[in-house]
Design a protein around this ligand. Structure first.
Ligand SMILES: *[C@@H]1O[C@H](CO)[C@@H](O)[C@H](O)[C@H]1NC(C)=O
Ligand SMILES: *[C@@H]1O[C@H](CO)[C@@H](O)[C@H](O)[C@H]1NC(C)=O
Length: 439
């Protein structure tokens, strides 16, 4: 979340045409809640589509929300506010069919056998005001009595994935950070592989390449027992800093290939989600050199992120046509059919502050800038019928950046995880639910 690409290593003056450009649409009415009919697994990628295993194969459009599980406590957020059952029922009711569930590499080291209460104790010891977070754990137990003193952090991931799966909701696991913490800036130590050229500690001190691979292997193997997991995001928002990534993306090609091969060998059913450089905004290098995805043929899915503040794209305040052309140039081009790089594209993070300065209601309760950004982005995704994952469900965190019970103003849900923080937001993304194209 929150790309901060201070370094633009690739400058461009020409902007290529969009695949399938369409005029911007008005927001459609919010989708009616519908019973989810789970796809026949496993899923595949074919040309620019994700297909299921029915005969003939049916297109599956991923309509996801992000759910954070990568922060210090190493369990998915929100269980101090509502029961797991309440949250997963809410997700299903809103007609999402998938969750992008984030985890840290730490989860698999510190790790899977750590009881939840120990994880909270350790987290509290790392804080300046330990007493506060000590109040969170009892709330978790009271809302979710199935969590016992023996329940481990990975047990909680299992419960979340399985509860989603019971409701027909798929999970994509996303390796979000190495060190469990809020992501992503250029000094948090989680941005780029430590073995890559141009090492600097600011951006890479926690990103141990071997541990990252082991973590992916561990989670892929774990996922075999949890049918709801349909895909693995290899790494969130890769970002180089200072003298990194000056070698034609060589480290990206090498490490992504290693990880993709490993995850596929471990759990061949999973889709493999691959984001570009510059915080998952930049796949431009594929135009001249395709990534070797032969090790996970029929499983590759590209990822893209776009926020209103993403510096890779033109200023959304200016001109939507230009912004959309930017989306197409940097990442959206992968949807063009018949190319070496053709593949499905999931906009796996986009979002806005839910309570803006809009008093007259004309901008859906958002800031005008966010409203313009969102309509432009939704127009782009709708025109291309792309897959997506909105950032993010969490109305609050156990702890984020040292603040206990941190209020997430970008959360789809309110602080209590009870209902929409801004009900009008549903209508603003309503146009994204429909499937308008297919193979
Ligand atoms: C937790 O584990 C201990 C040791 O294995 C066991 O004695 C105890 O009964 C377990 N408690 C619960 C609530 O499962
Ligand atoms: C970057 O992120 C880390 C980890 O969340 C945080 O400790 C640090 O203060 C952040 N730096 C800036 C400049 O925001």
């Amino acid at each position: 979340m929150k790309p901060l690409s201070l370094l633009l290593l690739t400058l461009t003056t020409s902007i290529s045409a969009l695949p399938n450009p369409l005029p911007q649409d008005q927001p459609s009415p919010a989708p009616a809640p519908a019973a989810l009919s789970p796809p026949i697994l496993p899923l595949f990628s074919f040309s620019r589509w994700i297909l299921d295993s029915s005969s003939p194969p049916k297109r599956i459009k991923l309509r996801c929300l992000n759910w954070a599980g990568h922060l210090e406590t190493n369990i998915p957020e929100g269980l101090h506010r509502q029961s797991l059952e309440y949250i997963t029922t809410w997700i299903a009711k809103q007609n999402f069919n998938c969750v992008r569930l984030t985890f840290s590499s730490d989860l698999t080291f510190s790790g899977p056998t750590t009881p939840v209460h120990t994880s909270f104790t350790v987290t509290s010891q790392q804080q300046s005001k330990p007493a506060l977070i000590n109040e969170i754990y009892p709330s978790i137990i009271s809302k979710n009595p199935w969590i016992t003193p023996n329940t481990t952090t990975l047990d909680v991931f299992a419960a979340v994935v399985d509860s989603l799966s019971e409701k027909g909701i798929m999970t994509i696991l996303d390796n979000h950070v190495s060190k469990a913490s809020w992501c992503c800036n250029l000094t948090d130590g989680n941005g780029w592989w430590d073995t890559a050229s141009g090492y600097n500690p600011f951006n890479s001190r926690f990103f141990n390449t071997d541990n990252w691979l082991k973590s992916l292997e561990f989670m892929a193997s774990w996922a075999k027992a949890h049918k709801g997991v349909v895909g693995m995001g290899l790494r969130n928002e890769l970002r180089a800093f200072l003298l990194q990534d000056l070698n034609g993306r060589r480290d990206w090609y090498t490490n992504i290939k290693k990880a993709g091969d490993l995850v596929h060998a471990t759990h061949p059913d999973l889709l493999i989600l691959v984001g570009g450089a510059q915080s998952s905004t930049d796949l431009v290098h594929l135009k001249t050199k395709m990534l070797d995805t032969s090790g996970w043929q029929g499983k590759n899915v590209w990822e893209m992120h776009a926020y209103s503040f993403t510096v890779t794209f033109p200023d959304p305040f200016k001109n939507c046509d230009l912004v959309q052309a930017g989306y197409g140039f940097w990442s959206g081009f992968v949807l063009e059919q018949g190319k070496a790089y053709t593949g499905p594209l999931i906009m796996s993070e986009f979002g806005v502050g839910m309570q803006g300065s809009d008093v007259n209601g004309e901008f859906g309760g958002l800031d005008e800038k966010d409203h313009r950004y969102l309509d432009c982005l939704v127009g782009y995704l709708k025109g291309n019928d792309a897959d997506w994952a909105v950032w993010a469900i969490q109305g609050s965190y156990y702890i984020r950046e040292g603040t206990v019970d941190y209020d997430e103003t970008w959360g789809l849900m309110d602080h209590e995880w009870k209902e929409w923080r801004n009900e009008k937001f549903r209508a603003k993304i309503g146009g994204l639910y429909e499937v308008t194209q297919g193979p």
